[in-house]
Write a protein that binds this ligand. Structure first.
Ligand SMILES: [Zn+2]
Length: 369
């Protein structure tokens, strides 16, 4: 369970055990009692207090290589990642998959958020579902941390419409932070979005930053996925991520505090057919890259989560989040973010709702049993 931010603020350094297998025992050096550890403890990184979640619209996993996307390839190499994560099992469109990333829910089924259409006219997520759908913004905000969303497609404004001062749920967690779950929301071109995120990070506020960069999708629709024009745009988008990463690495106020999660909403095909066919591997195959203090460098996310998740190879199995054989999906993003921040899972979510995905040598200090 998570503590309030003020409680967390007292924890200045932590000790973690040295292997994944025994990392369930963690102690805070600020606590008076000592706990036994099963292996020699080593000093760990400070707590992660800021998570930047970058979704690159239409990014194919095959382009996360050094000569196309050197920043993403570096993050993948230094952190823990898989290039064989999955979109939703039934849907490879932008808006449905982003709502899944932010709520930890599938599109369809009993737990589904029901945003099935890739439509700018959708009023709110709650109206689609017929009841309130909590998001990663709800949990971060209600625990008193800052939240922001910077998006580069108009249709993504449903995010702001769904969790604003009139549509957001009352805050019943700790002190009342108000109903508006997203402190800063911006819709603009991708370079503006990346700039806004970078400027926000410069303020070094604890919390969650969601960044949506649309350009690879636009280039894919115009010139096909894998075309020279598409690859040029992926390279340019990689530079926007590099700008954000530069701030994280150069700003001393951010040292040891920031984790990055990079994923995408879908891939695309080189045959002029876009990305709408949910059964096509190049559409449903996406990256999931995690980078930050104490994350990795254990490499492959499936290897780290053997027995918890299963590499789907070339399939996209339509099975529940907690069933054996479930792949890692973009939908896991919400509860990975919260786990990294030491906060509980999104209410009503199903993907990584137990926050039991291993992320490398680090397990969340506060969520560890
Ligand atoms: Zn598209």
């Amino acid at each position: 369970m998570a503590c309030s931010p003020s409680e967390r603020a007292g924890e200045t350094s932590t000790v973690e055990t040295s292997t994944v297998e025994t990392s369930t025992v963690e102690t805070s050096s600020g606590e008076p009692e000592s706990r036994s550890t099963t292996t020699a403890a080593r000093p760990s990184s400070p707590n992660i207090e800021i998570v930047v979640h970058v979704s690159i619209d239409g990014l194919r996993s095959v382009d996360v290589v050094a000569d196309v996307a050197p920043t993403l390839a570096r993050l993948a190499a230094e952190g823990t990642s898989t290039l064989n994560a999955r979109t939703d099992a039934d849907n490879t469109s932008t808006l449905p998959n982003h709502i899944s990333q932010l709520t930890g829910r599938p599109v369809n089924g009993p737990d589904g958020h029901r945003v099935e259409a890739n439509d700018a006219d959708i009023d709110t997520v709650h109206r689609q579902k017929g009841s309130y759908i909590a998001s990663v913004f709800d949990v971060v905000h209600d625990h008193g941390l800052a939240t922001s969303a910077f998006v580069s497609k108009e249709k993504m404004s449903v995010i702001d419409r769904s969790w604003n001062e009139t549509t957001g749920a009352p805050d019943v967690t700790g002190s009342d932070e108000g109903n508006d779950k997203i402190d800063e929301f911006l819709y603009g071109e991708a370079d503006l979005v990346a700039n806004a995120a970078t400027m926000l990070l410069a303020r070094a506020q604890s919390g969650y930053v969601f960044v949506h960069l649309q350009d690879p999708d636009v280039a894919g629709h115009a010139d096909d996925w894998g075309s020279e024009a598409y690859l040029d745009v992926v390279k340019a988008t990689d530079l926007l991520v590099a700008m954000i990463l530069d701030e994280v690495e150069a700003n001393p106020d951010l040292a040891g505090r920031v984790a990055l999660l990079v994923t995408s909403d879908h891939g695309g095909t080189p045959d002029g057919a876009g990305h709408g066919r949910s059964g096509v591997a190049s559409n449903f195959t996406i990256p999931m890259i995690l980078w930050g203090p104490g994350i990795g460098p254990s490499g492959d996310l499936y290897a780290l989560n053997n027995g918890v998740r299963t590499d789907p190879e070339s399939s996209n199995p339509s099975i529940g989040a907690s069933e054996p054989g479930s792949p890692i999906r973009g939908h896991d993003a919400a509860n990975i973010v919260l786990d990294l921040l030491g906060l509980p899972a999104v209410p009503g979510s199903s993907f990584n709702a137990e926050q039991n995905l291993a992320l490398g040598s680090r397990r969340s200090v506060l969520n560890s049993p």
